[in-house]
Design a protein around this ligand. Structure first.
Ligand code: ADP
Ligand code: RBF
Ligand code: MG
Length: 208
C-alpha cells in the first residue's frame, strides 16, 4: 500500500542521469490489458518486455524518460521530417492493483514541456490525461532517465489515478532540469554545448 506521506516534486539527481541510466528500450507498440484508457483514463503504450533481459537488476516501479515514435508511421501534430522526442512516465512491473501475472512496460506520453500540463491540478475537477491518435504497431524508442517510486497496491482506482497524476508532474519537473532537458531537445543545431554521450543517446533515440 502507498505510504501516507507527501510526494517529492522531483526524482533523481539534479545534475542528470546517473548509472544505470539512461536505459534504452525499444519495440513496436503492442496491445496491452485494454484498461488504461477505458478504466483509468490514462492511455499507456505497451512495448514487449523482452528488452528488459538486458537489465536483469532493474527494479519494477515507476520511471520517467523520453520517447520517440517512428516518424514514417506517426507524425506528431503534423510534423513529419524527423522524430519528435516527448516526455514520458512509465511503469515496469506487475500492476499490483490488478495483480498481473506478466511483467509489462507501459508508457504514458505527455505533451511537450513548453505546452501546458493537463495533469497540473488547476481546479478540483476530474483529471484528464494527454491523448494522441492511436499508434499501435509503430516502432517506439525509449530512454529511461530516472526512477520515481515502487509500484503499489491502492485502496481505490481513484487513489491509483491520483498517484499517476502526481507521477506525471514529478516526471515533468524532473525533466525540466538542464541535465535532463538536453535529452528532449534534439535539433541538430542544439548539439553545440552538449556532451558527446548525450549526443549519441539523442541520435539513437531518433534514428529509425
Ligand atoms: P492497451 O491496453 O492496448 O495498451 P490503452 O488503453 O493503454 O490500451 O491505450 C494505449 C494506446 O493509446 C497506445 O497504444 C496508443 O496507440 C494510444 N495513445 C493515445 N495517447 C497516448 C498517450 N498519451 N500515451 C500513450 N499511448 C497513447
Ligand atoms: N499500477 C499499479 O498497480 N500500481 C502502481 O503503482 C502503478 N503505477 C503506475 C504509474 C504510471 C506512471 C503508469 C503509467 C501506470 C501505473 N500503473 C500502476 C499501471 C496501471 O495500473 C496500468 O497502466 C493500467 O492498469 C493499464 O494496464
Ligand atoms: Mg496500455
Amino acid at each position: 500500500m502507498r505510504p501516507d506521506r507527501p510526494r517529492d516534486p522531483v526524482a533523481g539527481p539534479d545534475s542528470g542521469p546517473e548509472a544505470p541510466y539512461p536505459i534504452q528500450l525499444s519495440g513496436p507498440v503492442i496491445k496491452g490489458f485494454g484498461r488504461g484508457s477505458k478504466e483509468l483514463g490514462i492511455p499507456t503504450a505497451n512495448i514487449p518486455a523482452d528488452g528488459l533481459s538486458e537489465y536483469p537488476d532493474l527494479d519494477v516501479g515507476v520511471y520517467y524518460g523520453v520517447v520517440a515514435l517512428d516518424p514514417r508511421q506517426f507524425s506528431y501534430e503534423g510534423e513529419n521530417a524527423s522524430a519528435t522526442v516527448l516526455p514520458a512516465v512509465l511503469s515496469i512491473g506487475y500492476n499490483p492493483f490488478y495483480k498481473n501475472k506478466m511483467k509489462s512496460i507501459e508508457i504514458h506520453i505527455m505533451p511537450r514541456l513548453t505546452e501546458p500540463s493537463p495533469t497540473a491540478q488547476v481546479d478540483s475537477g476530474p483529471t484528464h490525461f494527454h491523448k494522441l491518435p492511436d499508434f499501435y504497431g509503430t516502432p517506439l524508442r525509449l530512454l529511461i532517465l530516472g526512477y520515481i517510486r515502487p509500484e503499489y497496491d491502492y485502496v481505490s482506482v481513484e487513489a491509483l489515478v491520483e498517484d499517476i497524476r502526481v507521477d506525471c508532474e514529478v516526471a515533468r519537473q524532473s525533466l525540466r532540469r538542464p541535465g535532463y532537458v538536453c535529452y528532449l531537445n534534439v535539433d541538430a543545431d542544439a548539439d553545440e554545448g552538449v556532451g558527446e554521450k548525450v549526443q549519441r543517446w539523442r541520435r539513437w533515440l531518433t534514428e529509425f
